[in-house]
Structure formats: structure tokens, C-alpha cells
Design a protein. Structure first.
Ligand SMILES: [Zn+2]
Length: 214
């Protein structure tokens, strides 16, 4: 019988996540994680799981049925363009993830894409960086659109937005630093698309600023 990793043993594991297997380091393996040669590939992205979660309204993290409120775990740049590569989760599962996931709690940890099987990469143009700040975006709706050979999510109007860094509530400075370092990539993409896209990005940016705590 495997035990939870010592680093996360103090956190209360949500009931719905108790059925998840633990990896060799004692971390619960979320529902979305694909297996490569029998081992969970945490950096991976399983398109079939996206289909299951969307079609059957399941939680991306625990795989159990979702309720009325859905929580997207996204980087602050996603608050600007309101696009997520991943479907939503339960709030309790999402809260556990921002407190326990090594990638989300250790901003200095780089997203390691070495030896990443190509078919497990997410759809769309991702900003390939660790944002340092993670948002829990609670909403009652979303829409899906095609991107490449995958799908992306337009997150609906938020009913609640929470910011985390290093497993705790993020400070305004951390949030602003994360947004300002991510904006150049979005601006570059907008400039490639023309003046209208640049103007639209400004509108999106101002809208996102309204969500940042004072
Ligand atoms: Zn869940």
C-alpha cells in the first residue's frame, strides 16, 4: 500500500480523489493523466479524457460527475483571453491541486518537455512557461472550439476568481508580475493578426484587471 508523499500529507485529500491511484512518489494521479509504458505521464494530456469529461460532465481531476459550478485551473493569461486548454474540475479538487501539485506549487520548476510524446501535447498555441500564479476560475458555463486537431475551452463569466502562488493566496504583486511577463506573447500574437486584434486584446486586458484584487 502506497502512502501520500510527506509534502502533501497535511492536506485533506478530497473524498472524490481518494479513489485515484498514487504514483511512486506518493502523489495522487489525476484522472486526466495518461500512462506511457505503464507509468503516469504527468506532463501529458489525454485527448480521450477531454472527450469523456465534456460529454459526461466529469471532473478533469477526479473523473467524478460535476455539479452546477465548474472550476477551471488556469494561468493568469487565461483571465485575459478566457481560453483554457483543459476542461473544468470540482472546486475541492482544484483547490487540492493548487496546494499539492509540484508544478503549481513550485513556480521555479520549469515545464520539462524533454521526451514528451507528441500526441500528448495540448491543443492550440500554449504559452510555454510556468506562470507562477494559478487561478481557480469558477463558472457555470463554457464553450468549446476547435484548435488544430484538438479543442480549446472558452471559459464562461466567472462567479468567483481566486489566485494562488506556492500553494497559498497570491499577492497582487505576484499576480501583476505574472500577467506583465505573459502579455508580450499575447501582444505579439495579436500584432500578427492586425490592429483589430490588438484593440480587442486591450479590452480583454482591462476586463482581466477588474478581477485582480486591489
Ligand atoms: Zn473532482
Amino acid at each position: 500500500m502506497r502512502e501520500l508523499n510527506q509534502r502533501i500529507r497535511h492536506l485533506e485529500l478530497p473524498d472524490r480523489m481518494k479513489r485515484l491511484p498514487l504514483n511512486s512518489q506518493g502523489y495522487p494521479v489525476p484522472f486526466f493523466v495518461p500512462y506511457v509504458n505503464g507509468e503516469p505521464e504527468f506532463r501529458g494530456f489525454d485527448g480521450e479524457k477531454v472527450v469523456i469529461c465534456v460529454r459526461h460532465k466529469r471532473c478533469w481531476l477526479c473523473g467524478q460527475p460535476l455539479g452546477k459550478f465548474m472550476v477551471f485551473v488556469i494561468g493568469p493569461m487565461c483571465a485575459v483571453n478566457r481560453v483554457s486548454a483543459e476542461p473544468p474540475s470540482h472546486r475541492k479538487c482544484a483547490l487540492y491541486a493548487v496546494q499539492s501539485c509540484p508544478f503549481l506549487t513550485q513556480p521555479k520548476m520549469r515545464r520539462n518537455e524533454k521526451d514528451m510524446p507528441e500526441h500528448l501535447a495540448p491543443a492550440g498555441i500554449m504559452l510555454r512557461r510556468n506562470p507562477g500564479v494559478t487561478m481557480l476560475w469558477t463558472t457555470q458555463s463554457y464553450t468549446i472550439f476547435k484548435a488544430g486537431n484538438g479543442a480549446l475551452f472558452n471559459v464562461g463569466e466567472p462567479v468567483q476568481v481566486e489566485f494562488f502562488a506556492e500553494g497559498r493566496t497570491a499577492t497582487r504583486d505576484e499576480i501583476m508580475a505574472s500577467i506583465s511577463t505573459g502579455m508580450p506573447s499575447l501582444r505579439q500574437m495579436a500584432e500578427r493578426d492586425g490592429a483589430e486584434a490588438v484593440a480587442e486584446l486591450q479590452v480583454q486586458y482591462d476586463r482581466a484587471m477588474g478581477l485582480v484584487p486591489a
